[in-house]
Design a protein around this ligand. Structure first.
Ligand SMILES: [Zn+2]
Ligand SMILES: [Zn+2]
Length: 305
């Protein structure tokens, strides 16, 4: 029996992806996916246009990189405009195919005044099939920071920020907004929070998933790419996280976090092997019942060795 593969976490043009919805859907079908979900960034942080990370995104220093600042929204209206256009694009593609295509979003959870109220309004208007929770940033002393900014802090400040990173993830999980959480251990790709002293934070966060019945993806986008961009992430970190998923019986599934068609299913072999090693059994798949999206449990077939 063949392993069912799909991705519920992908990005497209108009944010920080390189391909159109149609191109992603065609490529997904070609590699034998059973479904695809398009989940662009919902990142609303007033004043984000004045940050260094926004300026870098607008003028990427690396040769050949296209600007990707459209992933940041300056206001809820800005985010709504972009998502309306994106969801129209998805609807057009859906109308031409029987292949399951879902409308999702990868939303950054923030705790500033007004975020929740406006986020709920946006969900009411956009009606996504599902919402992925993410915490890509830290807010420290009133400043929004990406991982690069965090790396530049003193050891003591870094420890505080990473500890808060996990606390923020727990608040996000408890919020009830999210169907599943993206790449919980994202900061490790920059070597942040890899020390043993953060393991209790990690464990508390996974326990929080179990308590609130929130699923979590196995994100293969963090794994170092063959012939590609190197990063500090490795399969040992993935194994550690997946062992916690197994221990707390967290519903899970593979996501490629593809930003271009060639990222689709990249790293799935390694991730499945790691999941097997960790003893993960609680795999899910997307199903649509009466037009509503669900993550349904299924047994992953033993791989033939
Ligand atoms: Zn992400
Ligand atoms: Zn993503």
């Amino acid at each position: 029996m063949k392993q069912e593969i799909f991705s519920l976490h992908t990005h497209t043009i108009g944010f920080d992806g390189s391909n159109s919805v149609q191109e992603m859907v065609d490529a997904a079908q070609k590699i034998g996916y059973s479904a695809i979900g398009i989940t662009n960034h919902f990142i609303v942080y007033p004043g984000i246009e004045n940050t260094g990370m926004y300026k870098v995104a607008k003028c990427p220093p690396k040769e050949g990189r296209v600007p990707y600042h459209a992933m940041y929204s300056l206001s809820f209206e800005d985010a709504l405009d972009k998502f309306k256009r994106n969801y129209d694009e998805i609807e057009k593609v859906k109308a031409q195919t029987s292949f399951p295509v879902y409308k999702g979003m990868e939303a950054d959870f923030f705790q500033y005044a007004g975020w929740s109220k406006n986020f709920e309004k946006a969900l009411d208007i956009l009606k996504p099939d599902y919402v992925i929770g993410a915490t890509h940033f830290s807010v420290y002393k009133g400043q929004i920071m990406n991982m690069h900014d965090v790396q530049l802090l003193s050891e003591e400040q870094k420890n505080e920020v990473i500890h808060n990173y996990w606390k923020n993830a727990q608040t996000a999980i408890s919020s009830g907004y999210f169907d599943f959480m993206a790449h919980l251990d994202l900061y490790k790709i920059r070597g942040l929070g890899i020390e043993e002293s953060f393991r209790p934070d990690e464990q508390e966060t996974v326990a929080c998933l179990a308590e609130h019945n929130v699923a979590a993806e196995i994100n293969t986008g963090l794994l170092p790419k063959e012939n590609g961009r190197k990063n500090g992430y490795n399969t040992l970190f993935l194994l550690q996280l997946l062992q916690l998923f197994a221990q707390f019986k967290i519903p899970t599934f593979l996501s490629d976090d593809a930003h271009k068609i060639k990222d689709l299913s990249a790293g799935y072999d390694v991730a499945l092997e790691t999941a097997d090693k960790a003893g993960i059994k609680d795999f899910c798949r997307p199903v649509s019942k009466n037009g509503k999206f669900y993550l349904e449990k299924y047994l992953i077939q033993e791989k033939t060795r």
